[in-house]
Design a protein around this ligand. Structure first.
Ligand SMILES: Nc1nc2c(ncn2[C@@H]2O[C@H](COP(=O)(O)OP(=O)(O)O)[C@@H](O)[C@H]2O)c(=O)[nH]1
Ligand SMILES: [Mg+2]
Length: 238
């Protein structure tokens, strides 16, 4: 299925794009390294309303989401904190920025599609996810983890349907093709090309935690999305 997302997401060079500034990967990774557990909530209405940009990580179970978050933040346990009893079906928030100066938040949403989960729980989760993705006001970007060996699953497609209207209104969207080390070069190129078609105007990146492929590129993109207006006078972007 082709997803008609908003046309031409800006390139990541930062050159000449209004509101997008250049940042070194070192700065972007340093910023991500400041991630700290903020709070956890079973449903949207338990989350604190926030003003800072929020970047949500979503994907089917086992897609590599926790590993990706831990790699980006360079913290071995951060997203696995989401595995603690009682938190697996929660939305977990991590604050970013120096102490006392949170400038963005990462949201780790529960993985979906795990076969052993009872149907009732699956339905409940889909409702929580849809509610969050549609109504969370400070949500600025969605990062969808996808194992390129499986491609988009039915639930990924449901998610894309849910977020499409917001993406058309300017919400940023990135597909991270995880575990790229499991593919040959040729398979990687093919997976990238196919997903670029499916993701319409969204960004697509190959990523490998084990080979550290794509880490700097994704980090830079997230930093840019969380700091869009820094150069513009009067626009703090919050
Ligand atoms: N080879 C390889 N395996 C990975 C990579 N990222 C995750 N995995 C493995 O994929 C499995 C699921 O990863 P996890 O991060 O727990 O997925 P989640 O359920 O989406 O949070 C684990 O066995 C990871 O070790 C990667 O970049 N390369
Ligand atoms: Mg996980």
């Amino acid at each position: 299925m082709t997803i008609p997302l908003s046309p031409s997401a800006p390139n990541t060079s930062g050159s000449g794009e209004p509101g997008l500034q250049t940042v070194s990967p070192v700065v972007a990774l340093g910023w991500l390294h400041t991630a700290k557990f903020l709070t956890t909530a079973p449903q949207l209405h338990f989350l604190p309303p926030l003003e800072v940009p929020e970047i949500a990580f979503v994907g089917r179970s086992n897609a590599g989401k926790s590993t990706c978050i831990n790699t980006l933040t360079q913290q071995k346990q951060l997203a696995f904190a989401s595995k603690k009893p009682g938190r697996t079906q929660h939305i977990n928030l991590f604050s970013l920025g120096k102490q006392g100066a949170t400038d963005a938040v990462l949201a780790d949403l529960p993985g979906y599609g795990y076969a052993a989960v009872p149907k009732q729980d699956k339905i409940r989760w889909q409702q929580v996810m849809a509610n969050y993705l549609v109504t969370r006001e400070n949500l600025k970007a969605i990062v969808l983890m996808c194992d390129p060996r499986h491609g988009l699953t039915e639930l990924d497609e449901v998610l894309l349907d849910v977020v499409r209207p917001r993406v058309e209104e300017g919400l940023k969207f990135l597909v991270v093709l995880t575990k790229a080390d499991k593919l040959t070069r040729a398979e990687q190129s093919k997976a990238l090309a196919i997903m670029q078609l499916q993701a319409g105007g969204g960004e697509v990146r190959l990523f490998s935690a084990t080979k550290r492929q794509g880490v700097e590129g994704v980090a830079t993109l997230l930093w840019q999305w969380a700091h869009p207006d820094v150069q513009q006078p009067g626009g703090a972007g919050l």
